[in-house]
Design a protein around this ligand. Structure first.
Ligand code: P6P
Length: 338
């Protein structure tokens, strides 16, 4: 009723973070302010995407390859700049690392040590934009350790348990922000009528099994044989549906809420697969694990992987615990019993 709606409308992102941290310490306020800046960036990316086809300099509607290629790059770079601008003069984040930047970007006014580092993929699945399909942003927050005078950001080359917060923004039929600060997974929906992310679900739990398997079967002959055996097995099982959107965030969102598994295996010539660890697989592994699911590279838990480089890739098998366990059975060269 009205009271419930009022309560929900006033559970904004920043207030939710504070309430879940259960304290009003400086750290809690910083993290709360950081999350609301991420929400601000998400609102701005969402607005730009919704006008992409109309705003001349965003996406060429002519569809010529060079314009589209350039336009998609423009959108990726535009979204990248939005995230950077969101943290200028914030005092919170000294360093940003993203798929769009070879080297980390430093905010001099917040450095030499501005507490946090934001790792992000500003637009994940950007090839979907000119098809007007869902895309997402993925973010991960880590504590900056040391002054990073070399600019090599070596303190980022640590495992995913170092993440303080992680989540994504899904620009779909509605714009949703799903995040965790290590105290469960919570989802917010952008209410465009007053431009706020409003709490839609607390303590999201992924089902232990689900009907969706999400993999690009166009790569069938590039996979190792155990993965082909797994997919042939799934084809013979009743009750599975193949869903693959080309945008990781959209596929993971479906699986987080309905159960199932997303797979991006290694391939011939790309044994580490395609997805980046620090700002794609690790934040999503943090989130799915917090919701009671699992994420593995096939050899180890994604959260345990120590990257060699900022843009290291890993294979990714992520989703419902039972469905991840089934893939692991095939990866061991075994067949499921029963
Ligand atoms: P493929 C988008 O380029 C992306 O990084 C993810 O969002 C998506 O899941 C994957 O790559 C799609 O890759 O090789 O299946 O087109």
């Amino acid at each position: 009723d009205q009271e419930i709606a009022l309560g929900r409308d006033f559970t904004t992102l920043s207030r939710h973070v504070l309430s879940h941290l259960g304290s009003y310490s400086a750290d809690a306020y910083d993290l709360s302010a950081l999350m609301s800046r991420i929400g601000l960036a998400g609102k701005m990316v969402s607005r730009h995407l919704s006008r992409a086809g109309l705003v001349e300099d965003a996406l060429g509607v002519t569809g010529e390859v060079n314009v589209q290629g350039e336009a998609v790059k423009k959108m990726d770079q535009y979204a990248n700049r939005i995230f950077i601008r969101a943290f200028e003069q914030s005092g919170l984040v000294c360093r940003l690392a993203s798929e769009e930047m070879e080297k980390p970007y430093y905010l001099p006014e917040n450095c030499p040590i501005g507490r946090y580092t934001l790792l992000f993929d500003p637009i994940d699945g950007s090839s979907n934009i000119d098809a007007n399909l869902a895309v997402g942003s993925i973010f991960s927050v880590r504590q900056q350790e040391g002054l990073d005078e070399s600019g090599e950001a070596l303190d980022l080359l640590q495992n995913g348990h170092k993440q303080i917060a992680a989540g994504y923004i899904l620009y779909g039929s509605s714009t949703m922000l799903v995040y965790s600060i290590g105290k469960g997974v919570h989802s917010f929906t952008l209410d465009p009528s007053f431009g706020e992310f409003v709490l839609s679900q607390e303590h999201v739990r992924i089902p232990s099994h689900g009907p969706t398997y999400s993999i690009n079967e166009g790569n069938f002959w590039q996979w190792e044989d155990n993965i082909r055996e797994y997919v042939r097995y799934i084809h013979r099982q009743p009750g599975y549906s193949a869903r693959y959107s080309g945008a990781l965030v959209a596929d993971i969102h479906r699986i987080l809420f309905q159960g199932g598994i997303f797979l991006y295996p290694g391939m011939v010539g790309h044994l580490d697969g395609k997805l980046r660890l620090l700002y794609e697989s690790a934040p999503l592994a943090f989130l799915v694990t917090q919701a009671g699911g699992r994420a593995t590279t096939g050899k180890q838990e994604v959260l345990d992987v120590v990257p060699q480089k900022l843009h290291s890739r890993t294979p990714l098998f992520i989703g419902s615990s039972e469905d991840v366990a089934l893939v692991e059975t095939f990866l061991r060269g075994e067949k499921p019993t029963g």
